[in-house]
Design a protein around this ligand. Structure first.
Ligand SMILES: NC(=O)c1ccc[n+]([C@@H]2O[C@H](COP(=O)([O-])OP(=O)(O)OC[C@H]3O[C@@H](n4cnc5c(N)ncnc54)[C@H](O)[C@@H]3O)[C@@H](O)[C@H]2O)c1
Length: 272
């Protein structure tokens, strides 16, 4: 289904690892909507090879970049603008990883080297992506940068560990950089706070499946699937959203504004 919402636009999409990745769906939809895209991921993720299928399908150049390295990011923008034939109009930051989560280290006993890595990979990398683009003038006026977040930035979800701090920082970077980039180049920066989604990063969180079902029973519309998140990204990349910037936008089937649902109440009915 193509409406050519992104016709003539160029973009960089990070974070597609396999066909479950949210970024994978964004790449497919952006391509469907007429955009020319470049795909990027950490060198190790590229070696896994899955992403080559996506590159073939979307005609996208594949450019390795560790998002914590400003040098890699500099090369990424230089190569992407050269291969796509000009400055980019949109960038997707779809990157998250916590070594503390990976190694099942409890929040009350965090390894601080790992904590720094979680912040660097999952949040400071957005600042780096924006800063390299800002200084090198790699994004066109009215361009749009979107990063993916989670509601644990605002409320406590005990299983989310130090990723909660990373998401809080990510959203703050979007607001702060959004101000500067908006003023100088009218470039927009937003975060989408997405429902729990069955992906490699999502399922790495302890108790994810139970929580997925809990959120499903609380959200009037049900959990928002990855495909719908991709549609929302396309809208934010498009000219239909030109005055939306510095926002954290919930994309969660109504979950964030629901106190309790009748389904959830029924689970406790009669219990004392
Ligand atoms: N899955 C969920 O439930 C959910 C919910 C809300 C937000 N999000 C966010 O969506 C984003 C995408 O995650 P996903 O769920 O699609 O999972 P995913 O595992 O498919 O994607 C995470 C990506 O981050 C990449 N990455 C890790 N370290 C990197 C580095 N140093 N440099 C470059 N890339 C690196 C991985 O290779 C991978 O492609 C993440 O920011 C995640 O926190 C996910």
């Amino acid at each position: 289904m193509g409406n050519n919402l992104l016709a003539g636009k160029r973009g960089i999409i990070s974070g597609a690892l396999d066909s479950n990745s949210i970024a994978w769906k964004v790449a497919e939809k952006a391509h469907e909507q007429g955009a020319s895209i470049a795909l990027t991921n950490a060198p190790i993720a590229l070696r896994m090879g899955e992403i080559k299928k996506l590159a073939d399908k979307t005609g996208a150049p594949l450019i390795p970049a560790d998002a914590t390295s400003t040098e890699d990011l500099q090369k990424l923008y230089a190569e992407a603008t050269e291969k796509l034939g000009g400055k980019v109009d949109f960038v997707l930051h779809s990157i998250g990883m916590s070594p503390n989560v990976r190694k099942n280290i409890p929040y009350t006993d965090l390894n601080y080297d790992f904590f720094n890595k979680s912040l660097d990979i999952s949040a400071i990398s957005l600042h780096k992506m924006l800063s390299v683009a800002y200084k090198g003038d790699f994004i066109n006026e009215w361009g749009s940068v979107v990063a993916l977040s989670y509601i644990a930035a605002q409320r406590t979800y005990p299983f989310y560990n130090d990723m909660a701090e990373a998401k809080a920082m990510l959203e703050s970077v979007a607001r702060s950089f959004g101000y500067h980039y908006g003023k100088s180049k009218k470039v927009r920066v937003n975060t989408i706070s997405q429902s729990p989604t069955k992906t490699t990063a999502g399922s790495g969180i302890k108790g994810f499946e139970d929580f997925f079902n809990f959120a499903e029973s609380l959200s009037p519309l049900g959990n928002a699937p990855a495909e719908a998140c991709a549609d929302y990204c396309v809208f934010l990349f498009s000219d239909l959203s030109r005055y939306i910037t510095m926002q954290n936008l919930y994309h969660d089937g109504g979950y964030s504004n629901t106190g309790v649902s009748m389904e959830a109440m029924e689970k406790f009915s009669g219990s004392k």
